[in-house]
Design a protein around this ligand. Structure first.
Ligand code: DGY
Length: 372
């Protein structure tokens, strides 16, 4: 699909993206916009090289693509100086390779914060109240009438929510759970927590002033402290080699037997084989997962080319999306990486991605540069 064929700058989008504002923005600034409409869900490096062609000023790409040496050198040979992921996460982008070939990189933070946090909150509630299991039970025609023990779950009010990774999304999720359900909070982040600290301080003052029952919160000294103490734990770190399998067999065993674990970050943060075993042994333990360890999405691309684990992940390319056993677990809720999937957010992500690329082409600052 081509917009403004006579435009001076050639910008390629590897996927159709929601809304039209992003196209308007580019067209108004003299860009020829080419959108790849191939049916294939995930484009290979070779597919993208063909899209880049001989002349390309900028590319908007997706988190399912392997933006490493090969693609950045191809883009640079075609005269391209700008690339934006339509995602806040950029674990599929080798930023060093982009720098080496003089290509600016952008990502799309901010517009997806609340939407992603809302999905983490939805999964928390669905897991606590066993909504998916109950829905399946109804549809299977098994409901005979009210029973005192039918689908008894957990009350969130007064329980402790644990947040690992207190960036934008983790903080928004914490705010929803504390304000909405009066949960106590424990959080852990190596690098940042100011945003969340400001919220809890202000909220504490508000509760006091309005005479409401207080909730407690603390910044944990270690991640393990969160795992041991919290009833609902939501993971919000970035994926890099320090967070790969952050939640492993040993850490799962630290958690309460009836805890709920939510992951809307990246799949490889959890050791999924260990998780399946844990779910089998602990039927009251529940998970809500938006992302999976081995998916066509992140194999073989999850790590930049420099990371050795990429080699082993290549071999998983044809495996099912979830690790064996996960789909059969009644205590797991699984959804297909839809945390940012609200209309407003997805259109916003597309617009930010276009602004990133446009900024570089026109010599303005790149809207969101994850390097800075
Ligand atoms: C991201 O932006 O990184 C999400 O995973 C998809 O919205």
């Amino acid at each position: 699909e081509v917009w403004n064929p006579s435009g001076k700058y050639r910008v390629v989008s590897t996927k159709p993206m929601p809304g039209t504002r992003w196209i308007d923005l580019l067209v108004q600034q003299d860009c020829r916009v080419e959108i790849c409409t191939q049916k294939k869900t995930i484009l290979s490096v070779e597919d993208i090289i063909a899209l880049i062609g001989d002349k390309c000023d900028g590319v908007i790409g997706q988190l399912t693509e392997d933006w490493g040496e090969t693609l950045f050198s191809a883009l640079s040979r075609a005269g391209g100086r700008a690339f934006s992921n339509m995602a806040v996460g950029y674990n599929n982008v080798d930023v060093n390779a982009a720098n080496k070939y003089g290509v600016a990189v952008g990502n799309t933070p901010g517009v997806l914060t609340e939407t992603t946090a809302e999905l983490a909150a939805s999964l928390s509630l669905s897991a606590a109240r066993r909504i998916v299991e109950a829905d399946e039970f109804m549809r299977a025609g098994l409901y005979d009438g009210w029973l005192p023990h039918l689908f008894v779950g957990n009350l969130l009010r007064g329980q402790t929510v644990g947040v690992i990774g207190a960036g934008r999304i983790g903080s928004a999720y914490a705010r929803m759970m504390v304000e909405g359900f009066k949960m106590n909070l424990i959080y852990y982040d190596l690098y940042q927590a100011t945003r969340l600290e400001k919220f809890v301080t202000a909220y504490g003052q508000f509760l006091k002033a309005s005479g409401e029952q207080p909730v407690t919160w603390k910044r944990a000294a270690s991640m393990d402290e969160v795992l041991r103490e919290a009833d609902v734990i939501s993971l919000h770190p970035i994926l890099d080699k320090t967070t790969y399998h952050l939640v492993n067999k040993e850490r799962l065993s630290m958690m309460k037997k009836e805890a709920i674990l939510i992951n809307c970050s990246r799949g490889p943060v959890i050791d999924e084989v260990a998780l399946v075993a844990h779910l089998k042994e602990n039927p009251m333990f529940r998970v809500g997962l938006d992302v999976f360890e081995v998916t066509k999405q992140n194999s073989p691309f999850t790590f930049p080319s420099s990371f050795i684990i990429q080699l082993s992940i290549h071999f998983f390319q044809d495996e099912p999306y979830m690790k064996p056993g996960l789909a059969e677990m009644k205590n797991a809720i699984v959804v297909p990486h839809i945390a940012s999937a609200s209309k407003w957010t997805r259109e916003g992500m597309a617009t930010l991605a276009a602004l990133n690329v446009l900024g570089k082409i026109k010599g303005y600052p790149v809207w969101h540069d994850p390097n800075k």
